[in-house]
Design a protein around this ligand. Structure first.
Ligand code: MG
Length: 164
């Protein structure tokens, strides 16, 4: 029997370096350091992409958007997430809800949580209340605690589309 719901999990981490913009959940932060990566390195959006792809039983984000492909250099990760949603739709799935946690020692994430939630909800085609978003520090421990990187975890539920 094929269930009408599937769950997925995603995780991503990117290194913080000088001279890069900091983008999380499609929202630009005022910060002297930003995330290093081939695209805009938005680890929150990448974790959500992987949760959705995993739920659909599809390969990970690196398969769809290789970091060796110049087409994705500096790419807006909201565009990548929109493409992931399209892949799901093509297989008869749609997101039902997403819940994610950002782990960052700096900058302060909380003031932008609502903006990120709304931006992600728009890209996901979900109402904002179907997107859960939290931020925590790593209590000063390890590489995340030293502010060397920002990481994100995400889980999601996807459901069969009514027309599938
Ligand atoms: Mg990534």
């Amino acid at each position: 029997m094929s269930l009408p719901f599937r769950i997925g999990h995603g995780y991503d981490i990117h290194r913080l370096v000088e001279g890069r913009p900091l983008v999380l959940g499609g929202v630009r932060f005022e910060s002297p350091v930003g995330l290093l990566g081939h695209s805009d390195a938005d680890c929150l959006t990448h974790a959500i992409c992987d949760a959705l792809l995993g739920a659909a039983g599809l390969p990970d984000i690196g398969h769809f958007f290789p970091n060796t492909d110049p087409a994705f250099a500096g790419a807006d990760s909201q565009t990548l997430l929109a493409r992931v949603i399209k892949e799901l739709h093509g297989r008869g799935w749609q997101p039902a809800n997403v819940d994610a946690t950002i782990i960052a020692e700096r900058p302060k994430i909380a003031p932008q949580l609502e903006a990120m939630r709304r931006r992600l909800a728009t890209t996901l085609g979900l109402p904002p209340e179907a997107v859960g978003l939290k931020a925590t520090t790593n209590e000063g421990t390890g590489s995340l605690g030293r502010g060397e990187a920002i990481a994100a975890h995400a889980v999601c539920l996807i459901e069969r589309r009514s027309d599938a």
